[in-house]
Design a binder for this molecule. Structure first.
Ligand code: HDE
Length: 707
């Protein structure tokens, strides 16, 4: 019952009441055809004799197979692989009411149901989660005034400035057309050919080569609306706005070697993490924040607010908190909900409007257009997940899959025969912002969009040493996969415009002559908000820890540790050479949650080795166990051991210092003590918790440790 109530939280949610009308189960039912005719046999076709031909008359077999033949719809051309969840959004207070009439953003009494779909971009529906890619972060707010879709990404800028280049960009990043290789990868010739020829991509490429492209979890990544949008208040006054989502658990990433291994060990890693967290009641939470710019300040920046390859540095315009989103319910059916959800940037409600950002303008065309083919016609807004909770009445009629039975004689405006209804609304309507526009018809981008490098340099300057190293390694990896050598050299030349040292470091790793001259001096400015090391580092909850143990393990110490971790919302799983019960000494048996061979260190946030001389002896002879520790250490994870468990660390070749007394030692995230049993000190667990909250021991040097 507890699990059930968690999955179906009762917060008077209008969207769930609506969805409930569509939910069906097969509990206590009999098999029927689509026509409701009961079926007594579905394993053998109707045939002329036991060994004879199948009869066309078999309507049940034909219907069953025909429906199956038509089960698939086209996957999204981008963002095909995703995972979704329901929840709600609620403003903290009413301060934003000064800037927008959108009640769901400014009335703290309103709790608006949402559906969020996270996604990768380049890969197909069945591709792995942990590839180097941008992540989609699309939110549908089912507001009382209609659906509002904030269709964002986990990076605040985009590859191109104008939507007309989007087909070119997507063709370049997707698998190459002649052999459909590589799947869900940016490390190939066509992407980098495009990048080298389109300098506006370079800022986004810095983000894509950074740790941002490898999120540890959808629950631990930021979201951005990317474009500058517009808020409109009751007086019709407009204010420019950028939207930010900030995860309460902090923004954290995996390391590259780890992501590649997870792609094989658990291709559903991020999707599973989201699902499991919600099932366990660890509801992901994000704070919505806004950067506001008065219209009079439109030209106060050294970049154009309409240019989606630019951020507004937070040090220039702070992010002001608006409210909180909680994701507390998994969908019931992946296809019906996560696959059929249809986002559209032009789904806006009163109080939110567009700007002339040329990327946004193209999106406002594309999203409706794409749903028409993907969902097979103009009635996709009637699919349960897409239905607004606000009433819908208009004169649009018919079309494939029409679900409504419109009564009455009229379906036109104006009419007298239908009493003039649906009538023109008099209040609560959307009125387009009355921006004055004037200009010649030209194909020409504004001069104010032409500085492609300053913010790429800003991003580079803002990285911590380890983040910068990861960026260099990523460029080396990706360009090292580019077969056509002149493309590598052209990208290095671009990087030389971002920062000379960056270009030289990348060139040295890919067999390209490093540039000798500085193409563009580094302006030296940085923005601390861009570094993930400045994220929340005080939340260990929802992390998972593997405890390696074998027969003879220290059951008393183990119980102490697991209890302290559980108190802080951290899950520990006991892994042993084989599944089942372990001898846990005088404190009775310990049950192993899984066999080591079914898991891998890359699926955990930290690894602990239990004390117990006999058990540790077994583990030291077990290559999987030894590798488990080495690999976690290599990936800068907290690695801990108590009592004789420390001997496995030595076998695993860790380079950090190991305690020689009962005092807990923390050497760059290597946490050890010789104590065991009931004497295992409390701060063994609390040190591990602190390290988990800080995510990784980035200061650890691991070059000599094998991967
Ligand atoms: Fe999209 N994008 N996009 N995009 N996008 C789609 O819509 C498109 C862009 C984003 O979970 C498609 O329903 C164009 C920026 C997300 O269902 C399509 C341009 C940003 C999702 C489309 C962009 C995004 C999409 C594919 C350049 C971040 C997944 C299927 C003008 C702010 C939504 C679909 C979901 C999906 C077009 C650029 C985010 C083809 C033409 C910038 C999160 O309509």
């Amino acid at each position: 019952m507890a699990a059930q109530s968690r999955r179906h939280p009762d917060h008077g949610d209008a969207k769930h009441e609506q969805l409930d009308r569509f939910r069906v189960t097969n509990d206590d039912t009999a098999l029927t055809t689509q026509q409701g005719v009961r079926v007594d046999h579905t394993d053998d076709s109707l045939s002329a004799g036991e060994r004879g031909p199948t009869l066309l008359e078999d309507f049940h077999a034909r219907e069953k197979i025909t429906h199956f033949d038509h089960e698939r719809i086209p996957e999204r051309v981008v963002h095909a692989r995703g995972a979704g969840a329901y929840g709600y959004f609620q403003p903290y207070d009413d301060w934003l009411g000064e800037y927008t009439v959108a009640g769901f953003l400014s009335d703290p009494a309103q709790r608006t149901p949402v559906f969020v779909r996270f996604s990768t971009v380049a890969g197909s529906r069945g591709s792995a989660d942990t590839v180097r890619d941008v992540r989609g972060f699309a939110t549908k707010f089912y507001t009382d005034e209609g659906n509002y879709d904030l269709v964002g990404n986990n990076m605040p800028v985009f590859f191109i400035q104008d939507g007309i280049k989007f087909p070119d960009f997507v063709h370049a990043v997707k698998p190459e057309p002649h052999n459909e290789i590589p799947q869900a990868q940016s490390a190939h010739d066509t992407l980098w050919d495009f990048v080298a020829l389109q300098p506006e991509t370079i800022h986004m490429m810095m983000w894509l080569m950074s740790d941002r492209a490898l999120p540890r979890s959808y629950r631990m990544m930021q979201g951005f609306g990317v474009h500058t949008f517009r808020l409109v208040n009751a007086d019709g006054r407009g204010t420019f706005v950028k939207f930010h989502w900030t995860p309460l658990l902090g923004t954290h990433s995996l390391v590259w070697d780890e992501t590649q291994k997870i792609a094989g060990k658990d291709p559903d890693y991020n999707r599973r993490d989201l699902w499991d967290a919600i099932e366990a009641g660890h509801f992901p939470e994000y704070e919505l924040g806004v950067q506001l710019v008065e219209e009079k300040d439109e030209f106060a920046f050294d970049f154009d607010l309409l240019d989606p390859t630019k951020i507004i540095p937070e040090e220039q315009v702070p992010v002001r908190p608006v409210g909180r989103m909680v994701l507390d319910r998994n969908p019931d059916n992946f296809f019906a909900e996560t696959e059929q959800v249809a986002f559209h940037t032009a789904n806006v409600v009163p109080g939110i409007d567009f700007t002339n950002d040329p990327l946004l303008q193209a999106r406002n065309f594309s999203y409706l257009d794409t749903q028409l083919i993907r969902l097979g016609g103009p009635n996709f807004a009637q699919l349960p997940v897409n239905r607004p909770v606000a009433p819908v009445h208009n004169d649009q009629r018919d079309g494939y899959g029409q679900q409504k039975i419109h009564k009455g004689q009229t379906s036109y405006h104006k009419n007298t025969l239908g009493g003039g209804c649906p009538a023109i609304a008099e209040s609560g309507t959307f009125s387009h912002y009355t921006e004055k526009v004037d200009g010649h018809k030209i194909r020409q981008r504004s001069e104010s969009f032409q500085d492609h490098y300053s913010q790429a340099t800003l991003f580079w300057n803002s990285m911590s040493e380890v983040e910068a190293e990861h960026i260099v390694a990523a460029f080396r990896f990706e360009l090292g996969k580019v077969e056509h050598k002149p493309i590598r050299a052209r990208v290095v030349e671009r990087l030389n415009h971002v920062d000379h040292d960056l270009a030289v470091r990348v060139a040295r790793g890919i067999g390209v002559e490093p540039p000798t001259e500085v193409s563009r001096p580094n302006h030296g400015r940085s923005s601390p908000a861009l570094s993930q090391l400045n994220t929340a580092l005080d939340r260990p909850d929802t992390r998972t820890v593997a405890v390696l143990a074998a027969d003879g393990a220290d059951g008393a110490g183990l119980r102490r540790l697991v209890a302290t971790l559980a108190d802080r919302g951290v899950t520990a799983e006991v892994l042993a050479p084989v599944d089942g019960e372990l001898d846990g000494g005088e404190h009775g048996p310990v049950s192993a949650d899984r066999a080591i061979t079914t898991m891998a260190s890359v699926l955990y946030d930290a690894v602990v080795v239990a004390s117990g001389a006999a058990g540790v002896g077994t583990l030291r002879e077990d290559g999987y166990a030894v590798h488990f520790v080495t690999e976690a250490y290599k990936h800068a994870k907290p690695v801990a051991a108590w009592g004789s468990g420390t001997e496995l660390l030595r076998t695993a070749g860790v380079t950090g210092r190991i305690a020689e007394s009962t005092d807990v030692m923390d050497d760059q995230g290597l946490i050890t003590t010789t104590a065991e049993g009931d004497a295992l000190p409390e701060d063994f667990a609390t040190t591990l918790l602190d390290r988990l909250a800080r995510h990784r021991a980035w200061e650890r040097i691991t070059e000599s440790v094998p991967a």
